[in-house]
Write a new protein. Sequence first.
Length: 632
Amino acid sequence: MPEYTPMMVQYFKIKEKYEDCILFYRLGDFYEMFFDDALEASKVLGITLTGRNCGLDERAPMCGVPFHSADSYIAKLIAKGYKVAICEQVENPADAKGLVRRDVIRVITPGTITEESMLNENRNNYLMSVVSEGVCFGFAACDISTGDFHAAQVTWGDTLSKLVDEAVKFNPAEIVLPGDTSENIINVLRESTGAYISKQESGYFDIENNRDFLEGRLSEGSYRDYDIWTKASAGLLKYVSDTRKSSLEHIRSIENYIPEKFLVLDATARRNLELTENIIDGKKKGTLLGVVDRTVTSMGARTLRSWLLQPLMDVNDIGMRLDAVGELKDSFMVRMEIMELLGNVYDMERLTSKLIMGNVNGRDLIALKTSIDQLPHVRKTLESLKSDALKVVRNELENLSHISDLVEKAIVEHPPLAITEGGIIKDGYSSEVDVLRKSTGGGKDWLLDFEAKERELTGIKNLKVGYNKVFGYYIDITRSYYDLVPDHYIRKQTLANNERFITEELKEMETSILGAEEKLVRLEYNLFVELRNELAGYGSSLQKTAKALCRLDAYCSLAETADRENYCRPEISMEPILDIREGRHPVVEKMQSCDTFIPNDTFSDNKENMVSVITGPNMAGKSTFMRQTALI
């Protein structure tokens, strides 16, 4: 074997475990990539390919990206179908004996992304798993960023077509399958969804091996070893655990549903009716969602989108939803007040998941606090409403003022983005922080006084005290004043037009100032982690409240649309009758620039009016009439 440097030996040992990933190997302030990874990434990312001495005669191909802006580069790689393994230092360099130990802390795949910068805030990002047994299929779908988890199985009829219909509904970014899944099934799923396919060993989907993942997440009585959906669920949770390498506590329950309990919309119907994406460019404009979506929160937008893709079939459930929408439609002032309050609510679903996974920063906590502060006003506004669904919403909005109070006491109003550089804990929260902060503040005042004193003593008018991480504090003097430099100044660095010096007095103070600053930064980080862990304990209440706000926003959106567009409430009957009076195509009438849409009647039953023959010349509106009927 070639005589590689110790660092490259470490790199190869780690890379061997993640051969299917682009390895982001942390060196200082950069993530570096080597050999084939560097060749691939430099092309995809459009970054310069360089080289590094690795112990061989030839330099190893290398490229790198700054760690603080890595998300945008990772997003490009994920979009091109790559997986990225993040390798960090996992021990303090000060404690290391020889080479600092490194390891992969997370694998980022299309279905396991949680970074806001890589996600569409108005739609879910699902990871799906599929297990087949003969002609039967079990599947599970989870949005890691919110904790939503759904699972079901199809065991009769054209099961592969039914599986595809459900997969298209979730529109997963990635599908996890056992390695022995037939190529036909894999190709059908890939072609219908465009998802990234991840093959895993069969042990991933073994219930017994992964029972710990399932326990506590299934409702009582729903756990049966022979259910295929439980195998799919086990495999999905195992995959998330292996890639995320963090807590899965935010995934609190698995919703086992029966596909036939919702209106079946196959992939062709979803596409041609343009429910959420138009046929031309896949955008929201020109779709049913584009007409009815007046939500004011991103989590409400995701909820409304899921309602359109999974219409209710139960008459009572439909009635409850219509009652809520109808009451809000008729209560203009109440609806406006609720929507204004919801406009101040951030994405509590994803914020809560980040909190539980330990990924929040100070700004996230301030956003959470701002959202929680709206809850008492929302609850009070809902008091005047009587529909059952809105009462349920009100009851599920828990009192979370204690969380808001904790954040208010601990976190500064405008915290920095990073949680490891200090400046995040508010004065008065910790006496120890206050003492250290006063000490470092005093040190800064001392430096200003020192600078002024040295200028006066030396007569050097532009003498400055500066700082960098390499040399610490120094005295900067330009070339024109070299003859005035005192003998006790110790030369530290020579630059083109100036010299940098230190003194014993300055170095002693540097030790004091930097020691206090280091302690302060470490203490603030520890206090933040303690607060984060304490707040994560309220995750269940936060998730329940967020779900209630999602539904409330979706109800208000439908009510606002109905009010503005003069929609009426349908009468839902168990009789096989479709009777539409003066029906309008909700999308076409909004897309028309000048002409008024001509309404149409539709009547159908299972007696004398089972078939309608629609005739007319091209562009007369035959297709519009058929799609209008289907949409209504």
